[in-house]
Write a protein that binds this ligand. Structure first.
Ligand code: UDP
Length: 405
């Protein structure tokens, strides 16, 4: 198949872990690469993010990332929707110039869904739409999130026009059914995968040495530093734990110079008198992350909302048990009491409680770490990409049949 993936604001080759670069970028990159490995030809279209971006980046013999203009480089995320029409026009021009006949377009996030709806209509190809996050579920997850009615309305339009809405979890299907009134049969569920070649267990002591992490009880968080990730809850939990244990919290992600949320978290730690127990590392190359996951005794993800929560699955692939909020996609792969713990409340005490149980019991940690590794292995990307290719085939067939009528 010849496939166009659109990821307007999430470039698959951007640096990860900073503002607005995270799970979706990883998802698109892994999906494109694995589809390429299966022999499909894949082009990923994204906006230029940096003046140094080359227009075309070849990721392998079958996979290209193609940058097109999508408004000024410094455009805020709030104003990106102003540039989707011109991006769609440039994309159409690129397709015509290169005389490419794509079989299907798969969009990622609502901004890309807007663009793909246009391309699907003009080029007469089916559209599979994945939202990754939705305005209405974010608004429901945490007071203080700001999402517009405009976004929610565009999401509704995309859901109506797309040939299939592809979601990563049953929970997302349920949210879309309930909040956007889309019948379940128009929604397909295929989970995200994890690259087990990249994420696998390394020796704990060696990993700590490599990363200059003191050899003592270690809790880890990895991800974008945003209020929705609930790091304030984890810092409060650390304060409780600090009364009885000598431990450290490593926080990976964010920009160490001037990140507003990071400054607020440092202040919170200072106020609680536990600054010296927390090591903010900033964002880290993904290839280094397995050493962090392996160095940790427990991985914690206290988010208010996660569409999937890839970092928890990556930690599991490295054999580290996870304590995470029971939100979004996390319960779809984290088995409570077997690969870690799911916390239904967004408050510090239950997190401190489960972290302590794991720190106190090396045998339980070893058992859960092993189960976590096995579970993650079943969610390897290559299997997921095959399921995706089968779905694309079905959608194309149904589309062609409808066109023929
Ligand atoms: N990540 C990274 N370096 C960092 C922080 C995060 O490479 O410093 C990657 C991480 O490996 C994961 C992704 O960014 O694949 C974050 O995805 P997740 O689904 O956990 O969170 P999202 O960003 O989608 O909220």
């Amino acid at each position: 198949m010849r496939l166009a993936l659109i990821s307007f604001h999430g470039c698959p080759v951007a640096r990860l872990g900073e503002k607005d670069t995270g799970g979706m970028n990883v998802y698109v990159l892994n999906l494109a690469n694995e589809l390429g490995n299966l022999g499909h030809q894949v082009d990923v279209f994204t906006r230029y993010h940096d003046a140094k971006d080359p227009q075309i980046v070849e990721l392998g013999s079958n996979v290209r990332v193609i940058h097109l203009s999508g408004g000024p480089l410094s455009e805020t995320k709030e104003d990106l929707s102003l540039h989707t029409s011109s991006f769609a026009a440039d994309l159409h021009e690129f397709i015509s110039r290169e005389s490419i006949n794509y079989d299907l377009v798969h969009s990622h996030y609502w901004l890309s869904g807007k663009i793909a709806s246009e391309i699907s209509r003009i080029c007469r190809i089916p559209h599979v739409s994945t939202f990754h996050t939705l305005a209405k579920t974010k608004l429901r997850a945490r007071a203080g999130e700001k999402e517009t009615f405009y976004r929610a309305n565009v999401e509704t339009e995309i859901m109506r026009s797309a040939n299939t809405v592809l979601v990563l979890t049953d929970k997302e299907r349920e949210d879309i059914r309930e909040l956007y009134n889309v019948p379940s049969e128009r929604i397909t569920v295929i989970p995200a995968g994890v690259d087990t070649g990249r994420f696998n267990a390394e020796d704990k002591v060696t990993s700590r040495k490599r990363l200059h992490i003191p050899d003592k009880e270690t809790i880890l968080f990895v991800g974008r530093i945003e209020p929705i990730k609930g790091l304030d809850i984890l810092i409060d939990a650390l304060k409780t734990l600090s009364n009885s244990r000598d431990l450290q919290l490593i926080i990976v992600g964010g920009n160490l110079s001037g990140d507003k949320e990071l400054i607020a978290l440092r202040k919170q730690a200072e106020h609680l008198g536990i600054s010296e127990m927390i090591d903010f590392r900033g964002s880290v190359e993904q290839s280094e992350l397995k050493y962090y996951y392996s160095a940790a005794d427990v991985f914690v993800l206290p988010s208010h909302y996660e569409s999937f929560g890839l970092v928890a699955l990556e930690a599991m692939a490295c054999g580290t048990p996870v304590v995470a909020s029971r939100v979004g996609g996390i319960p779809s792969f984290l088995d409570d009491g077997d690969t870690g713990y799911l916390i239904p409340w967004r408050c510090p005490e239950p997190f401190a409680d489960k972290i302590e149980i794991l720190l106190e019991n090396p045998d339980l940690r070893a058992y859960m770490g092993k189960s976590a590794g096995l579970k993650a292995y079943q969610m390897n990307w290559s299997g997921i990409a095959s399921r995706m290719a089968t779905l694309y085939g079905t959608v194309i067939e149904e589309y062609d049949l409808r066109q023929a009528v």
